[in-house]
Design a protein around this ligand. Structure first.
Ligand code: SAM
Length: 350
C-alpha cells in the first residue's frame, strides 16, 4: 500500500469515528502510536542502556489506568495501531490488565492492531494471555544466536530463556518477527545464520542500524555497521528480491529466494524514511515524542491529570501533532560519535 493510499483511508476512518483526526503539518495522518509502558528492563543491551541506569521514580510514571486513558484518547483520534514497548513491556507489573483493557478497542473495531515489542524473556509466561486478548503478531529483539555473545550484548540476558519464549509464542499462535541490531564486530558474520534460523522457523527477520541515542558508555562508531554494506555482502550469498511489501513502517523488505523468507532493513542512517512517517511515541511518564530522532516533545501527563474530562488532553494532543517535525537526520561518523540525542532508546522504546 502506498503512503498516499494509507493516508487517505486512515483519514476517512478517523473522521468517521469521532474527534478531529491527527494530521500533521506535512499532511501525514498519525495512525500509529507506540507506548513505552516502563523505562525498566531486565536486560542492559550495550547499544541501548548504560549498565548503571537510573530509573524513574514511581510517582512520575503513568498508572495503568492513565496509560489506558491516554491510548484510548489517541484511538478516538484515529490511531489504528498500538504497540506497547519499553524498557521491557512484559516486566511492567500488571501489564496484562492493560492489554486486556485495551483489547476492547479491537472488539469495537476502533483499533486494527494491538501488538508489542519485547526482548522475549517473559514471553513463556504471557504468550497465551496475549493471544487471548487479541494480540496476533509481536516483534522479538534478538541480535545473536551465540549464547556467550548474547550474554555480552544484553549484559544480563539468557538466550535459552528467550528461545523458549519465542517457541511458546509460536505455539500459542502468535506470529513472531525477529529484530536484530547490526553491530560491528559482534554479529556481522552471523546474519546468514540468523536468516536461516528465522526463516526456517517461519519468522521474518529485520535488521536495524544502530542509532545514536543516549550515552551508553561506548563510542557509536565502534558499534555502527551500515546496512548498505550488510546488504551488499548478503547479496553475494543470497538472491535478494525487492518487495513492495510495506507495513507502514520504516523497513524495506526483500524476499530471500534461497529460504523463501522475508528480510527487512531499517536504515535510519543510510536511508532516511521520514516522508511516510505515520507514528508518534509516548513514554511511560506521558511525554509525547513527535519524532524518534528529534527532541520535540509535549507533556501529556499534565493534561491527563488536569481534568477527568478528555478535552484538555485532546487539545494537548492536537497541539503536539501540529508541531511534528518533518524528519530527523542521524549522523555517525568520525566527527559525530557523541549521542545525537541525550535520551536512551529505552525511553521511547524504538
Ligand atoms: N525491551 C524491548 C525489546 O528488547 O524489544 C522493547 C524496547 S527496545 C528499546 C526496542 C528495540 O530498540 C529493540 O529491538 C532494540 O534492539 C532496539 N534498540 C535499542 N537501542 C537502539 C539503538 N541505539 N539503535 C537501534 N536500535 C536500538
Amino acid at each position: 500500500m502506498s503512503s498516499q493510499q494509507q493516508t487517505g483511508s486512515d483519514f476517512d476512518r478517523a473522521t468517521a469515528t469521532g474527534p478531529r483526526p491527527l494530521i500533521d503539518p506535512f499532511a501525514r495522518a498519525i495512525t500509529y502510536l507506540r507506548v513505552s509502558v516502563t523505562d525498566r528492563c531486565d536486560f542492559r543491551c550495550v547499544y541501548c542502556m548504560a549498565e548503571d541506569m537510573t530509573f524513574l521514580p514511581k510517582a512520575d510514571i503513568l498508572s495503568l489506568e492513565e496509560l489506558d486513558r491516554l491510548c484510548s484518547a489517541f484511538i478516538a483520534k484515529g490511531v489504528r495501531k498500538l504497540r506497547l514497548t519499553g524498557g521491557e513491556p512484559l516486566v511492567r507489573r500488571g501489564i496484562m490488565t492493560l492489554v486486556a483493557s485495551l483489547s476492547r478497542h479491537l472488539g469495537s473495531g476502533a483499533l486494527d492492531e494491538l501488538t508489542l515489542t519485547t526482548n522475549g524473556s517473559q514471553l513463556k509466561k504471557h504468550a497465551a494471555e496475549l493471544v487471548a486478548h487479541g494480540v496476533k503478531r509481536i516483534n522479538v529483539s534478538l541480535d545473536t544466536l551465540d549464547p556467550a555473545k548474547f550474554r555480552s550484548v544484553t549484559r544480563w540476558g539468557d538466550l535459552d530463556k528467550v528461545r523458549e519464549g519465542i517457541k511458546a509464542a509460536q505455539d500459542a499462535g502468535l506470529k513472531v518477527k525477529i529484530n536484530a541490531v547490526a553491530l560491528k564486530g559482534v554479529n556481522e558474520d552471523e546474519f546468514p545464520e540468523l536468516i536461516a534460523w528465522a526463516h526456517g522457523e517461519g519468522m521474518d527477520l529485520t535488521l536495524i542500524e544502530v542509532m545514536p541515542l543516549g550515552d551508553v558508555g561506548e563510542g557509536r562508531l565502534d558499534q555502527y555497521l551500515p546496512l548498505s554494506m550488510v546488504r551488499a555482502r548478503l547479496a553475494e550469498r543470497f538472491t535478494l528480491i525487492d518487495l513492495d511489501y510495506q507495513t507502514g513502517g520504516p523497513a524495506r523488505y526483500v524476499r530471500v529466494a534461497e529460504t523463501g523468507g522475508r528480510l527487512g532493513f531499517i536504515t535510519p542512517l543510510t536511508h532516511n524514511f521520514c516522508e511516510s512517517c505515520n507514528r508518534v511515541r509516548v513514554t511511560c511518564t506521558g511525554t509525547l515524542f513527535m519524532c524518534l530522532g528529534q527532541e520535540d516533545a509535549a507533556d501529556l501527563r499534565g493534561a491527563l491529570r488536569a481534568s477527568e474530562s478528555n478535552d484538555i488532553l485532546h487539545a494537548a494532543i492536537d497541539d503536539a501533532i501540529a508541531h511534528k517535525p518533518k524528519g530527523h537526520d542521524f549522523i555517525i561518523d568520525r566527527r559525530h560519535t557523541r549521542p545525537a540525542l541525550a535520551r536512551h532508546m529505552s525511553v521511547t522504546g524504538g
